[in-house]
Design a protein around this ligand. Structure first.
Ligand SMILES: Cc1cc2nc3c(=O)[nH]c(=O)nc-3n(C[C@H](O)[C@H](O)[C@H](O)COP(=O)(O)OP(=O)(O)OC[C@H]3O[C@@H](n4cnc5c(N)ncnc54)[C@H](O)[C@@H]3O)c2cc1C
Length: 586
């Protein structure tokens, strides 16, 4: 690995390495960034407290027009858009921090805003021509028009490559699109649709189908919408099917290169996942605020329930989950800002970890509120319904674990040009030769590495022992990966439970590294008050112990597990079409 290149921190773990300059010091907000963030947070808080009624939005299943307007006035439709197109030009860290503020208040707004800019017009940002950008970005950044990302279809969810919507090229260079998209956020209200379609390409004299992306406008003839979906949560956001019946689009509406749409879609989702992870921090903060208030004020047995250890455990865990998610999100944004280009493993880790921490916080917060938590009068149940989607969309957490593990073993030296295909597990299954190449390269690199190169030295002295353990864990991880590959060979693609454990170990290591780095910085900062230093150190210790425990469990299970039994039992369940037993029989 050359010193000039900035490799993925998570990717390096698969080689048993941690490059210290990429994890120390923990990235921080500059004084200018702090000022911008504070101004926005203050502005949004004022707007939300005066105008936003999330209970009403949930009950009525609609975001009022004055809220759409208010968000536009705050500039929230064009957070990452360059100023020349009317956007705020925020970097990753600011984008995530401000997005998280929206998520503290309302899941529907967050999903609408995320679908609009994190994925809806992201293809335009990444691959749009100067003409396309000039025409569309000012309208989208101002919120005058909303955007949608159209990939999912009735027969194609996780297996996104299998879409059927077809764009056929006409003699005059235009395309005609036929097909349908399912569960499209902002569908019906957006006017700009990034639509992924199959297109025909000549390769070695044969016609093969690839995927290309197109801008489709709402008003084009042949575009129609299904009825608004009646959803469990994020009920204010619009979700509809979008139908394309002989929709004619001009050639200049193609986004990016012909046939490169799948890679583009994967790149967009890889980006979008980061803000999803950041958004989860916002949701968790709200839950902890509610739960802490309730625990302090609710008395049982003549004492505030905050004095009972089983309530205290929940409050402490919730805070440590927020802290550790923040650590990986902002280590990732900071490194992206410093030029880390292959950040896809990190963003997947942030999405998986953030969404699962949020879901745990929902459970713990609601349990502290108990009966109140179950009542619609209080926000817990709405937050529970709103939060559940995060484990499902932008790549389910199962698919992302497979993606993280398979991409990780592919190794940082290979570059990430082919990541899109690897993320599509079912496609990789049909492509064993390609997978063999992946493993051969991995093994070659792996064997040439010296175990123990992960030694950490730049942490605060409070973390001496933790850092030693972490270095040993990183080495154990790379050996476990190697052993797994030697054991399964190309069949690693078919063995998802080892993949899951590999992904979990990589996530846990990344969390531990980020927590040590951030807390070291806090402890070394003379301007941080002592009580906050002590608090951060405790949060760090709780996070490190919990991650280390799960890491060790996953590591143990690499060799000693119930994978075969699990498969057999699942086969039974499928055969019996459910539980298949009744206690009255035997
Ligand atoms: C509210 C909402 C908004 C959405 N917004 C959009 C949008 O704006 N644009 C868009 O394009 N899509 C959108 N989607 C679609 C969303 O991205 C998909 O629901 C998601 O990708 C999963 O697809 P699926 O629901 O078809 O599940 P499936 O792919 O059918 O998966 C079902 C289950 O099987 C698991 N599974 C599938 N394959 C594997 C595998 N190989 N290994 C292990 N487990 C596997 C999954 O993890 C999941 O648990 C939205 C969905 C919802 C619910």
């Amino acid at each position: 690995m050359s010193d000039q290149m900035f490799y993925s921190v998570v990717g390096n773990l698969f080689y048993g390495e941690v490059e210290q300059q990429n994890v120390f010091p923990f990235p921080s907000f500059t004084p200018e960034q702090k000022e911008i963030a504070k101004e926005f947070i203050q502005g949004f808080n004022k707007f939300a407290q005066e105008k936003l009624d999330s209970k009403k939005i949930d009950e009525e299943g609609e975001i009022p027009s004055e809220i759409y307007q208010g968000l536009a006035e705050l500039g929230l439709y064009g957070m990452a858009v360059p100023e020349e197109f009317g956007g705020l030009n925020l970097d990753y860290s600011l984008y995530c921090r401000i997005f998280a503020q929206v998520c503290e208040y309302d899941g529907s707004l967050a999903v609408m805003l995320g679908a609009h800019q994190a994925i809806g017009y992201k293809a335009l940002m990444l691959e749009g021509s100067p003409e396309q950008k000039k025409k569309w970005l000012p309208l989208l950044a101002s919120g005058e028009k909303l955007a949608s990302f159209c990939l999912t279809e009735p027969g194609s969810g996780s297996d996104a490559y299998s879409i059927k919507t077809k764009a056929t090229k006409n003699a005059d260079g235009t395309y005609t699109i036929n097909g349908q998209k399912l569960w499209i956020t902002n569908g019906g209200i957006a006017e700009f649709y990034t639509v992924f379609c199959k297109t025909d390409h000549e390769v070695d004299g044969k016609i093969v189908e690839k995927i290309s992306a197109f801008i489709v406008e709402k008003g084009m003839e042949g575009v129609s919408f299904g009825k608004k979906e009646d959803k469990m949560g994020i009920r204010g956001s619009e979700t509809r099917a979008v139908y394309f019946d002989k929709v004619k689009v001009p050639a200049e509406n193609m986004l990016g290169e012909p046939g490169k749409g799948f890679k583009l879609a994967m790149n967009i989702l890889n980006n979008g996942r980061l803000s999803l992870g950041a958004g989860c921090v916002g949701g968790m903060k709200t839950l902890l605020k509610l739960a802490a208030g309730h625990a302090k004020n609710r008395k049982q047995f003549d004492r505030p329930i905050s004095e009972f250890a089983m309530v205290q455990e929940k409050l402490a865990k919730m805070a440590s989950l927020i802290y550790s998610t923040e650590c990986i999100v902002y280590m990732t944004t900071g490194n992206m800002g410093k030029g880390m280009e292959d950040f896809y493993l990190e963003t997947a880790a942030c999405k998986i970890y953030g969404s699962e921490c949020l879901w745990s916080c929902v459970d713990m917060g609601l349990q502290i509120a108990a009966g109140n938590g179950y009542m619609k009068e209080y926000p817990y149940e709405r937050i529970m319904r709103d939060s559940r989607i995060n484990l499902i969309f932008e790549g389910t957490n199962e698919i992302l674990r497979a993606f993280l593990a398979l991409s990780g073993v592919k190794g940082p030296s290979e570059g990430l040009a082919e990541l899109g295909k690897i993320s599509n597990v079912s496609k990789a299954l049909h492509d064993p030769i390609k997978s063999l190449g992946v493993l051969t390269n991995f093994a070659k690199n792996r064997f040439s590495k010296i175990i123990g190169s992960a030694r950490l030295t730049e942490q605060h002295e409070a973390f001496g022992e933790y850092a030693k353990k972490l270095s040993a864990n990183v080495s154990s991880f790379s050996l476990a990966v190697e052993d797994t590959l030697l054991k399964y060979g190309t069949k690693i693609i078919d063995n998802e439970l080892p993949q899951k454990r590999i992904a979990d170990m990589a996530i846990d290591l990344y969390v531990m590294i980020a927590v040590i780095s951030r807390t070291s910085k806090v402890l070394n900062d003379k301007d941080v008050p002592k009580d906050k230093k002590d608090y951060c150190l405790r949060l760090a210790k709780m996070s490190l112990k919990d991650r280390n425990r799960r890491f060790k469990k996953s590591l143990r299970q690499m060799g000693n597990n119930q994978d075969l039994l699990t498969k057999q039992l699942s086969d039974d369940v499928v055969k019996f079409e459910g539980y298949g037993l009744d206690i009255i029989d035997f």
